[in-house]
Design a protein around this ligand. Structure first.
Ligand code: NAD
Ligand code: USQ
Length: 382
């Protein structure tokens, strides 16, 4: 297949590009390198030293003899999107190309507006480019489990059948997102649903949980292929962040009580889920929704697992219950369905001590690069 990866320079996009290229697909990346610019803006950087995108692609060609085409440009510029669609003629579009940090979106009004414009306009441009230039192509869009929030009923995969006053319908599952970023994904989902219903486009919305781990077999083939690893308060996510904290001798930063429960997925399963979705596309007119995570944990569970694995490496770590910078439930019911990707053939990598130990060892290796002043949360929700 010809697969266009939007946001292919990022944490999920880069391993996905290499993995799909390895499987024999014709891969192109479109990215405006904004994630690297946000590092500069905030004065943060990946724990792992990452090569430029050009160096990455050249290194991949060197080790694999496979070529990845590059389009450097902004999804909010329709001419860029149109040109990439015309030149590359994709069969599938994998869309990772958004501002994905909840704290970044909550810094101030400007960052909130930027996040929603970047994400919503970028996705709208992709939908119009599909309508006009690739109406048969399949959009594989990264959504998020956080679109649903934490309702007091089980979370279905995208849709719920409701009985109301003697009638019944299957409707989009209610959304109660917890940040301006998560809201942007809800807006995207509505726009994609519209494009499928009205124009007959085909799309899969992958409501992904928090991704952990660093890479896939392909990113280990050369130092220039290494994936990024975020540990800072804005872009770092639970688990990866806890591992960096443990390696740096910093207390593990559990926000509040730590009973916040989320779906989690190993990045090796992220790339496989994308492949499974691509191989079995949605039907014309369908917006298929798959919940893309493999296990659910509370953040305190994760901190305790990291603490235990760290101790075995001789790293003594404490767990701090910080005042929660976010507005979110800290003790709540959480039961989210996630069987559809298993039905498509996913064989999950469940979280085990070996994975946590691997991450701790990676963080110890790059410990000198950890900026301890960028760990404690400063961005607040109110
Ligand atoms: P990332 O920030 O590492 O990568 C996103 C990439 O998109 C970056 O390379 C960035 O430069 C690019 N980009 C952003 N806006 C763009 C624009 N307007 N035009 C062109 N390129 C643009 O993020 P990630 O962690 O790889 O996440 C990828 C997707 O997966 C996001 O949509 C995110 O919402 C979703 N997701 C991520 C996680 C996670 O834990 N990382 C979990 C669930 C869902
Ligand atoms: N948390 C802590 N301590 C930390 C960091 C986070 O307790 O040091 C808590 C947060 O308060 C939250 C939970 O851990 O309750 C998850 O936070 P996170 O920063 O790991 O992840 P989140 O903000 O939810 O966002 C990440 C990605 C985002 C993706 C989302 C999937 O950045 O792109 O959409 O995970 S989900 O959580 O399912 O919405």
């Amino acid at each position: 297949m010809r697969i266009l990866i939007l946001g292919g320079d990022g944490f999920c996009g880069w391993p996905t590009a290499l993995y799909l290229s390895q499987q024999g697909h014709e891969v192109a990346i479109l990215d405006n390198l904004s994630r690297r610019a946000w590092d500069d803006e905030l004065g943060i950087s990946s724990l792992t030293p990452i090569a430029t995108l050009e160096q990455r692609v050249a290194a991949w060609q060197h080790v694999s003899e496979k070529r990845i085409a590059l389009f450097i440009g902004d999804l909010t510029d329709f001419e860029i999107v149109r040109a990439a669609f015309e030149q590359f003629a994709p069969d599938a579009i994998v869309h990772f190309g958004e501002q994905r940090s909840a704290p970044y979106s909550m810094i101030d009004r400007q960052h909130a507006v930027f996040t929603q414009v970047n994400n919503v306009v970028g996705t709208l441009n992709v939908l119009y480019a599909m309508r006009d230039h690739a109406p048969q192509a399949h959009l594989i869009k990264l959504g998020t489990m956080g679109e649903y929030g934490t309702p007091n009923i089980a979370i279905e995969e995208g849709y719920i059948t409701i009985e109301h006053e003697g009638r019944s319908d299957t409707l989009p599952f209610p959304k109660q997102p917890g940040s301006i970023y998560h809201l942007s994904k809800v807006h995207d989902s509505h726009n994609i649903f519209f494009a499928c219903r009205i124009w007959g486009l085909r799309a899969t919305d992958l409501n992904q949980g928090v991704v952990y781990n660093i890479g896939v077999e392909q990113t280990e083939r050369d130092p220039a292929l290494v994936n990024r690893f975020d540990y800072d308060e804005v872009f770092g996510t639970a688990l990866n962040r806890f591992c960096a904290e443990a390696a740096a001798g910093h207390a593990l930063t559990v926000y509040g009580a730590g009973g916040q429960t989320r779906g989690f997925i190993d990045i090796r399963d992220t790339v496989r889920c994308i492949e499974l979705a691509a191989l079995r596309p949605a039907e014309p007119g369908e917006m298929r929704v798959l919940n893309q995570f493999t296990e659910q944990f509370s953040v305190l569970d994760l901190a305790e697992r990291v603490q235990s694995a760290a101790r075995k490496l001789g790293l003594e770590t404490t767990i701090a219950h910080l005042e929660n910078p976010r507005v979110e439930q800290e003790r709540h019911f959480y039961e989210a369905k996630h069987t559809k990707l298993l039905d498509l053939g996913l064989q999950p990598h469940l979280l085990n001590e070996a994975t946590i130990t691997g991450l701790l060892e990676l963080a110890v290796r790059y410990r000198e690069r950890i900026d301890l002043t960028r760990i404690l949360p400063t961005v607040t929700w109110k």
